[in-house]
Write a protein that binds this ligand. Structure first.
Ligand code: XMP
Length: 539
């Protein structure tokens, strides 16, 4: 039997993986630049929070039984035609509502206050004067700075509301009607440039919404273990392990939940960094005792890469082979288990909350990871998905990994592309010889970057091996060797990136080690291109 033949259709786990017993704050996204950050900051306060598009039906918000609702900022003008409206039903759910920036203007406008365009906008740092602290700003300094980003301004609060604060350009910069449980702030408490922002959020969560700050890595583990058990029952589960933090943490959570019902499949395509394959195997099989099938498929992958130099063709070749190997292993496992048709019914995916948001905000869009098709499996695989990280941001996944005892090296591993080193041998064929040179150069780079304590600060650091040779001179002899490119970038999300300003001394050590220790290399260069206009990878 192959994996494709199993009976169950792919199912998407509930949009929200909100722990059932855990209090939740719903953030409605009106398109603001910082909307995701609001949910993150709420979570930083120890309260679970999810971002939903502003247009989700009221019933969906109500079904989550939130402890409070936050309306985000957004680019529209509340009085403009087609501006995202406020569903008044939100104010009748009996839970506190707080609007931020556009969210505040929307509340004020809807409830009869005055919002108009100001002559000048207010962008950046601003001085806030608290005239009446009310419930929301109680205990905070009368004068503080805050971060503003708006052109429309509130001139009058709605009837029954108290104006709490003003700034030089905003006559009304915060309002509340504590009896109704409605609050608004013009500035952005979620950004670091509002020094009391986190405190204001905390007050809203604890004093106003009555939340207990008890959402933590430990509570996530407990809750996800319970959910996985509930979903999987005594079914068999399979997980494609890549060595990245997402699949590693997902696998460990599932293993904690259902033990030997889980089998991990690690396809070593021979395109990993030095020792990486062994580390994955020893961590999972020896330390955590997770049933693991490690497939040494280097020769198969190298065969498929023979004669291929075009980047997308490489990706396609690797992606297709990956799927073939995974399917073969899944099929073997089903036979081994000897349980016929519905063995290995579930497939673990390390889908993150950011993937969910990108694919439609958690309102049911399919989220099988397909990034560049490697490690992403085809969606006609007939497994039911188990996605224990679906509600988590990357830093939370790391915290859960640490909680589960995953070694630091894996917890903090920089992102590594599915097609591995093959797309870092650029402009030519990824042969075993070139991959080995690149692997050794990369190993030196990693050692030096880690030794300098910079590994975690960098989004990615790696080497690229162009298919060119240059002339050099070493020990009175002419050499004709490879050029190694050092690429190190800082980034928050890989959408944009800046080249990292590595110390010159460190660069010198890296270059001389590479040239001295690697016979094939006689030149090292540094890539100083940001993204945009460059991409992080060269291919
Ligand atoms: P670029 O090069 O587009 O990369 O700036 C953005 C991020 O994506 C990673 N990347 C890949 N990851 N398969 C992957 O799994 C791929 O084919 C692939 N190509 C790029 C890259 O390392 C960076 O983190």
């Amino acid at each position: 039997m192959t994996a494709r033949a199993t009976a169950v259709e792919p199912a998407i786990s509930e949009p929200s993986a909100a722990p059932a017993a855990v209090q939740e704050i719903v953030v409605l996204d009106y398109g603001g630049q910082y909307s995701q950050l609001i949910a993150r900051r709420v979570r930083d306060c120890g309260v679970f929070s999810e971002l939903l598009p502003h247009h989700v039906p009221l019933e969906e918000v109500a079904a989550r039984r939130p402890s409070g609702i936050i309306l985000s900022g957004g680019p529209a003008s509340v009085y403009a035609e087609g501006a995202p409206p406020l569903d008044r039903g939100l104010l009748e759910l009996g839970v506190p509502v707080m609007g931020i920036c556009y969210g505040m203007q929307l509340l004020v406008h809807t409830l009869g206050g005055r919002v108009e365009q100001a002559e000048v906008g207010e962008f950046g740092r601003s001085d806030l004067l608290v005239s009446e602290p009310g419930v929301l700003l109680a205990g905070m300094p009368r004068e503080q700075t805050c971060w503003m980003s708006h052109r429309d301004t509130v001139y009058e609060p709605p009837p029954g509301f108290t104006a709490l604060a003003s700034s030089s350009s905003s006559p009304v910069a915060a309002v509340e009607d504590a009896a109704q449980g409605i609050y608004g702030i013009q500035f952005h408490p979620e950004v670091v440039h509002t020094p009391y922002g986190q405190e204001i959020l905390t007050r809203f969560l604890t004093e106003v919404c009555g939340c207990e700050p008890n959402w933590s890595a430990a509570s996530i583990v407990e809750e996800q273990v319970r959910r996985i058990r509930e979903q999987v029952g005594d079914g068999k589960v399979i997980c494609g392990l890549s060595g990245g933090v997402d699949s590693s943490v997902a696998a460990l959570l599932v293993h904690r939940a259902v033990g030997e019902q889980l089998t991990c499949v690690f396809v070593d395509h021979g395109l990993m960094r030095k020792d990486e394959g062994e580390q994955v195997v020893s961590t999972f099989r020896d330390t955590f005792r997770v049933p693991l099938v490690a497939v040494d498929a280097e020769t198969r992958f190298l065969d498929k890469l023979r004669g291929v130099s075009e980047p997308e063709a490489k990706r396609k070749a690797i992606g297709a082979e990956f799927i073939r190997v995974f399917e073969e292993e899944a099929a073997k496992l089903a036979l081994d288990a000897g349980e016929g048709e519905d063995s290995a019914r579930f497939l673990v995916q390390g889908t993150l909350y950011s993937d969910v948001i990108e694919s439609g905000g958690g309102t049911g869009a399919a989220t099988i990871k397909s990034h560049h098709n490697v490690g992403g499996l085809p969606d006609d695989l007939k497994f039911e998905l188990v996605e224990p990280l679906r509600a988590l941001f990357k830093d939370e996944v790391r915290a859960v990994g640490a909680e589960l005892g995953l070694p630091e090296r894996l917890v903090w591993r920089q992102p590594f592309p599915g097609p591995g080193l093959a797309i870092r041998v650029v402009g030519g064929e990824a042969t075993k010889e070139r991959l080995d040179v690149l692997r050794e150069a990369d190993h030196i780079l990693q050692e030096e970057i880690r030794g300098a304590g910079l590994y975690r600060e960098l989004w990615q650091s790696f080497c690229v091996l162009p298919d060119v040779r240059t002339v050099g001179v070493q020990g009175d002899e002419r050499t004709y060797g490879y050029v190694v490119v050092v690429r190190a970038v800082t980034s928050d999300d890989a959408m944009t990136a800046d080249w990292a300003r590595l110390p010159y001394d460190l660069l010198e050590t890296i270059a001389s080690r590479m040239i001295n220790e690697l016979r094939e290399v006689n030149r090292v260069v540094l890539d100083i291109t940001s993204k945009p206009p460059g991409t992080i990878e060269w291919e």
